[in-house]
Every structure is written in C-alpha cells, then in structure tokens.
Design a protein around this ligand. Structure first.
Ligand SMILES: [Ca+2]
Ligand SMILES: [Ca+2]
Length: 322
C-alpha cells in the first residue's frame, strides 16, 4: 500500500499533503466505490472536486476516463501494484497495448417482447476492452427509457448510466478485459409510438479504454477530409518501419498551415511527434521507425497516427508487429 503514496512538500508555507492516487472518495482507502465515483462522474450523476479528479486520474494520460476506474479495480484485485501516473511505477518504455481492433458501436436487431424492447449495444471487433464510455440518443416520441443492463459478456463490469431528455450516457469498467464479440450492454425501452425501429435509438459517441473518442459509426470526431487527405500507412502491419503520407489541400486565402503529426498508443497516450511545423499545400510522406526519443522500441500492437492542420483533425490506425 505504501507504494501508492507520494509526498508533496511546500517549504515556504510548511504544508504537507499525502496524495493517495485512486482514493477518489478521499477516505484513505482504495475501494470499489472509488472506481464507481469515476463512472458516476462520467455519466454526470455526481460532481467531483478538482482534488478528487487529480486522485481519479491514475492512468497518467491527463484526463479522467472509465479506464481510470478500471485501473482502480485492477489495483484492488492485485492485478497491478501501482498506478501508471506514479513516478515509481512506469517503466521507461511504453506499456503493452490493451486495445486493438476496429471499435464501433452498432445497433443490433430490435428485440421485441410485448411493448418492451431490449436493444443490444456492441463495441465491434475490440480486444482488450477494460472500459467503455458510450453515449446515445433516442426518439422520445417512440420510446420511453427504462434502464441499461449489463450482458453475459459484461456481467463482471461495474456500470453506471444516466438518462436525460432522450440522451443516454453509459460508463463501464472492469479489472479484466474482454474481447467484444457480443453485446456490451442492453438498453431497455417501452415502445410508446406506433412502432419502434432501429433508428429510434442511435449511438452518438464512444470510447474504449483511453483510445480516441469516436462518433458512430466509427468516425473519429472532428473529421474534415475536405481540408486534407490522410492516407493509410504502408506497409501495414509493419516492422520495423512504415510510411505515412498525406496531402494538404489548398484552401483559398490560406497558403500554409501549421501541421502536427503525432503517434498515440492504444490507451490514447501521445507517444511521439513526427511533425510540428508550418507546411505549404502539397504531398508529404513521413517515415516512422517505431523507436522513441530514448531509443526504446515501441512494443507490438495498435497505434494511431493523428494529423492536425490548424483545427482540422484526422486519425488512422496502424499495427506494429515485432
Ligand atoms: Ca476511497
Ligand atoms: Ca486517465
């Protein structure tokens, strides 16, 4: 337990705080309710103070997500001994990835039982699902919300949800990852309109672990391909290196753009910057050798490359196989 303490000193004001990462409830114990508080906060059921949010951010990626709740559950079950955010914890090279596959939330068929329908929610083709955040909206004219439940696949998950004015928020986390080949959750509705159909409930946004936030179906948010074209890397999968090419398009009145090309691991953590400069319209190719700035080889797994030109962003996935 002692490894979970980090001490902060302020010599001038002579104050001393014991920081206990993972203790979101601030009662000096790390327990399931701490993970639950994160999920409740994500679905906007409770608010947390800034200090509690600092205790909740145990993954070290700078944002509080359901994956932080998963890490707390892993800690409670002795699967991990400390949290990645702690300086004593992370090794110098990136950790193995925990998420791969084309995550996408899709509506299953509409299952009817009388006027009550149970709609399955999938995260397709995702391996290593420790946590998920899913947002959806439904037609208030046709459906009356009843509840969200876990499924056979997700029965070990801690899950919280919230419903407000036709919008549903779900946050779920588990100490052990699943391969998502079956529904992750069921949404239960009463059909109040003439009939229910698949358009009555749609997924608007989802995130697996601390990977990119996608809007359904499987489109990264703020994707504007009209401003540039980001191509799939080649070769892919690759070892030891791959080429990423993109075309910066000419936009009237603007000759050059500030462009960044960054690599993220499957947890959504930025691991390398390949480009960060002003660029004229044209074709560009960048080579990534899978080696970080300290000379460590990145481990096998899924990575994302993210191109940003001004406020336009596009993300694609690639696979490193050592
Ligand atoms: Ca606690
Ligand atoms: Ca986090």
């Amino acid at each position: 337990m002692d490894t979970n303490y980090e001490n902060n000193y302020d010599v001038e004001n002579i104050w001393f705080i014991r920081v206990m990462y993972g203790d979101v409830g601030l009662d000096e114990e790390i327990e399931v309710t701490d993970a639950q508080k994160i999920l409740l906060w994500i679905v906007q059921q409770i608010s947390l103070t800034n200090y509690q949010l600092v205790m909740a951010e145990v993954s070290g990626n700078g944002t509080v997500t359901a994956y932080d709740a998963s890490l707390i559950l892993q800690y409670i079950q002795d699967i991990i001994e400390c949290f990645p955010v702690q300086e004593v914890c992370p090794p110098s090279c990136p950790k193995p990835v925990v998420f791969s596959g084309d995550a996408e939330v899709a509506m299953g068929g509409l299952l009817r039982s009388g006027p009550i329908v149970r709609i399955p929610i999938y995260v397709k083709n995702a391996e290593g699902v420790f946590s998920a955040k899913i947002a959806g909206k439904y037609d208030l004219k046709n459906l009356e919300f009843i509840k969200i439940t876990t499924t056979e696949l997700s029965k070990e998950y801690l899950m919280e949800y919230n419903e407000r004015n036709g919008e549903v928020l779900i946050a779920m986390a588990s100490a052990k990852a699943v391969v998502s080949k079956a529904p992750m959750a069921y949404a239960h509705f009463r059909v109040i309109g003439d009939r229910g159909n698949n358009d009555d409930f749609t997924i608007t946004e989802f995130q697996v672990n601390e990977g990119p936030v996608f809007t359904s179906p499987a489109k990264p948010v703020t994707e504007h391909p009209q401003d540039f074209a980001l191509n799939q890397n080649h070769p892919n999968p690759f070892n030891p290196e791959t080429h990423i090419s993109f075309q910066l398009l000419e936009i009237s009145g603007q000759t050059s753009k500030h462009v960044t090309l960054k690599i993220y691991n499957a947890l959504g953590q930025e691991v390398q910057t390949l480009m960060n400069e002003q660029k004229e319209p044209g074709y560009y190719t960048v080579t990534w050798d899978g080696i970080d700035n300290q000379g460590c080889e990145f481990s096998s797994g899924v990575y994302f490359y993210r191109l940003q030109a001004e406020n336009i962003v596009q993300t694609k996935k690639m696979v490193l196989m050592r």
